[in-house]
Design a protein around this ligand. Structure first.
Ligand code: LR7
Ligand code: MN
Length: 580
């Protein structure tokens, strides 16, 4: 073979290589082309931090306020506002009406300043100037006037005007006179920037939000509860990830607003990051972000991926939300919609990011001040569990469904309605399996809440001696268990003994020590326990103490006693509970 032909071959190889390269680059560019926004990859969204501010790079903006907000007065700087003693009646009255001290809120300026709870770093990010136009959607049902309007004012005060298309208020059929009569007039001062629409019947927050999404005019929609205060420069960092990838939903970090004093204070410190997960009864939980995820970022203030979110506060591309079918319209009033949307997004090719530089305060109420109205009465059984059942039947694989039914045994008997449409959507969008989600996204869930062994027994636990049932009395752990009239509703009387010896009640566990039989926190990451039940003698044995649960005939105190299989006060019968 001559030198010539070797060179020729090398040239050909190089040429072929270049061709492949060109094709690959073209393919890459085409695949990242976004019809709405042009070539948007590598736009300097994740700009390096810069030291002086505000420096305006072409096409980029640092949206930090030019002046520090500074005011004095009740509740200013996010400080607690305490009412005088003679106002205690008003305070109590509004607490019971709204689940929060609206009398206190009424004395605080609608434009009050709050504490900037962000990491220092956050002040130094630049974001694209032409971020998508945004509708902030606030749904409400019988909220306190000043609390609702402070939410509105805070958005108007702390959002760049050119990206705020509108604030859309959706009234879910409130019956408070002031909300019915005065709100339209009040909003006139905002010249159309704040729009109000009303439901003609109670729909619940889930359907009301879907309606808000339908009617919004912005490219991106942001949902807020009606008792929030947004923090400094909250919106641009939520929009930037969506600008880059329209299938990303973003979530601000939620600070607390005290329901008694309206003090604004972070729930978590700045340096530790948390993300949303769940346990197998579908209670929402938060977990410190695993290192594996934190490591993917360069700066501590950058967004990170999260399996789910609390539900209330998030931003999403409007069309994308509607392409996903908005919320499952079969979900009623309250609960589970946060999981539905999260599973749908992740399994069907999108993602959820929590954004440390975006912080929003939320009033955690002392109790839920509204009932579920006619919507709930139509349904048999607890409505929230029905919602969960719809969600897990749509999105979970067989294996994981079992964990839900183990943790929530009465759910098997609940009527969840028709989910054909949801399953069709899942098919049409070629969504991935729940196992994929568990392995790739929610990989920290099983560390906290391991696979559940099946229940050997579950139901109310009735004393043979007195015919009453074990009951937590609704107390928080650690607390003594008691016996009560068996009511057949389950709830605080629904005990589950699993194959590994753990007795669970809801998300809690039953344990025992020298003081007696107790409701306790289950140890995170474990599903085993000390208990065994003898079907023949009906005794409940604590294997490490080698004693049995006994009821004191006079005091009704529950404690561990040396086992006596013939003693009716140590005999217990599990009876299955069905939803009523
Ligand atoms: O029937 C209703 N119609 C409504 O319009 C009931 C409520 N609402 C409104 C209500 O006025 C409020 O503005 O809907 C909004 C949310 O209701 P909340 O504030 O009573 O809910 P929450 O804060 O107790 O509960 C959390 O979980 C809900 C589950 O469906 C929703 O997703 C809430 O948005 C969510 N709140 C948050 O995520 C805030 C922060 C963390 C918490 C808790
Ligand atoms: Mn809320």
């Amino acid at each position: 073979m001559g030198v010539q032909s070797i060179l020729g071959r090398r040239q050909r190889t190089i040429r072929a290589f270049c061709l492949v390269l060109v094709v690959l680059v073209l393919f890459y560019l085409l695949s990242t082309y976004d019809k709405d926004k042009g070539y948007n990859l590598n736009l300097p969204i994740s700009q390096k931090l810069h030291s002086e501010r505000p420096k305006l790079v072409k096409g980029l903006g640092n949206f930090e306020p030019k002046e520090i907000e500074d005011r004095d007065g009740p509740g200013e700087k996010g400080l607690a506002h305490n009412l005088r003693h003679d106002q205690q009646n008003d305070a109590d009255q509004s607490e019971s009406e709204y689940g929060m001290n609206v009398a206190c809120s009424d004395e605080i300026s609608l434009d009050r300043t709050i504490l900037d709870t962000r990491l220092q770093e956050c002040k130094h990010w630049d974001y694209p100037y032409n971020l998508p136009s945004t509708s902030v959607i606030i749904v409400f049902h019988n909220e306190g006037w000043s609390v609702l309007l402070r939410t509105v004012h805070s958005v108007l005060n702390r959002t760049p005007k050119h990206i705020l298309k509108e604030i859309l208020l959706v009234d879910d059929f409130s019956d408070k006179e002031k909300l019915k009569n005065d709100l339209d007039d009040y909003l006139e001062q905002f010249n159309g920037k704040v729009r109000l629409i009303r439901n003609t019947q109670r729909e619940g927050l889930i359907r009301t939000r879907s309606r808000g999404a339908q009617e919004a005019h912005g490219e991106v929609i942001v949902f807020l509860d009606a008792h929030c205060e947004v923090n400094t420069n909250w919106l641009p960092p939520l929009l930037a990830p969506i600008y880059r990838d329209r299938k990303i939903m973003t979530v601000p970090i939620i600070d607390g607003i005290d329901h008694k004093t309206f003090q604004y204070k972070p729930v978590y410190g700045q340096d530790r990051h948390f993300r949303g997960i769940f346990e197998w009864g579908m209670l929402y939980k938060e977990n410190e972000v695993p290192r594996r995820e934190l490591k993917t970022r360069e700066h501590n203030s950058e967004p990170y991926k999260s399996p789910t979110h609390a539900g209330g506060l998030f931003a999403i591309d409007r069309k994308y939300f509607l392409e996903l079918g908005a919320y499952d319209s079969g979900l009623l009033v309250w609960g589970g919609e946060n999981f539905e949307l999260s599973f749908k997004i992740w399994q069907c090719g999108g993602g959820i990011e929590w954004v440390p530089c975006s912080r929003v305060g939320h009033v955690y109420r002392s109790f839920m001040p509204y009932n579920f109205g006619k919507l709930a009465q139509k349904k048999k059984g607890p409505l929230i569990t029905i919602n969960y059942k719809r969600v897990i039947e749509t999105w979970f694989d067989e294996k994981y469904k079992q964990f839900f039914y183990t943790r929530e045994p009465t759910a098997r008997f609940l009527d969840m309605g028709d989910i054909t449409e949801q399953l069709e959507l899942k098919d049409r969008l070629k969504c991935k399996s729940f196992s994929w989600y568990m392995e790739n996204v929610a990989y920290d869930v099983l560390d906290q809440f391991p696979e559940l062994p099946p229940n050997l027994h579950s139901g109310e636990v009735r004393s043979v001696a007195v015919g009453k049932c074990l009951d937590t009395l609704g107390h928080a752990p650690p607390s003594l268990m008691a016996i009560q009239h068996c009511h057949g509703f389950g709830n605080n009387q629904l005990m589950r003994l699993n194959a590994k010896g753990q007795i669970g009640v809801g998300e809690r566990c039953v344990e025992a020590d020298a003081q007696g039989v107790k409701l306790a926190f289950c140890r995170l990451g474990t599903v085993d326990g000390p208990w065994s039940y003898d079907d023949a003698t009906h005794t409940l044995l604590h294997r490490t103490h080698k004693k049995c649960i006994a009821l004191h005939p006079q005091t009704s105190h529950l404690s561990l006693m040396p086992c006596d299989v013939n003693n009716a006060y140590q005999q217990w019968i599990f009876k299955e509970v069905r939803p009523k």
